[in-house]
Design a protein around this ligand. Structure first.
Ligand SMILES: [Zn+2]
Length: 164
């Protein structure tokens, strides 16, 4: 997934806040969308380090285990300090991060079993080494999923706007 993480984060954060019966505020939406694209911040490093041999999916920011460990630590912090906003922050953050990994698991994959195993688990490994990944990708139905996410998020933005 290339750009679809952002609208996916918008949709997911809306759903989470509604489920938690919280007002859908801009601050929470921003926080949720930031979490949804956070693992891809490694692309900045990837572009500048100049080594294309391994994909950025191998970086620490794309390791579910790191986030699970962080979740355990933060959950323990929460148990000692049960603030409602903190609970919302944990749910919004981790649901969005793991949604990112689920969406990345279709193409190329995610190293779900790291540190036990560094292998990327993905359903389609198409063209990753062929250099033609970009072009082939735009003709794949999964790119349609990205377009659909943008359309759904756009519709929800309009719906939220007119409700006020
Ligand atoms: Zn990613």
């Amino acid at each position: 997934m290339i750009t679809g993480h952002l609208p996916a984060g918008y949709l997911a954060t809306n759903l989470i806040l509604k489920r938690l019966k919280m007002p859908v505020s801009r601050a929470w939406l921003f926080f949720g969308m930031l979490a949804a694209i956070l693992p891809d911040f490694d692309l900045i490093y990837f572009v500048f380090q100049g080594n294309n041999e391994f994909g950025h999916r191998y970086y620490f920011s794309h390791k579910p285990f790191i986030y699970l460990a962080l979740l355990v630590v933060l959950y323990i912090v929460y148990l000692f300090n049960k603030k409602a906003w903190f609970k919302t922050a944990l749910i919004v953050f981790f649901v969005n991060v793991f949604l990112h990994f689920i969406l990345d698991s279709y193409f190329v994959g995610i190293s779900w079993l790291w540190p036990y195993n560094n292998k990327l688990f993905g359903l389609v490994e198409l063209n990753y080494q062929l250099g033609g990944r970009g072009m082939a990708y735009f003709h794949h139905w999964y790119f349609g999923v990205e377009v659909l996410l943008w359309l759904l998020a756009g519709a929800l933005v309009l719906k939220n706007k007119f409700k006020k």
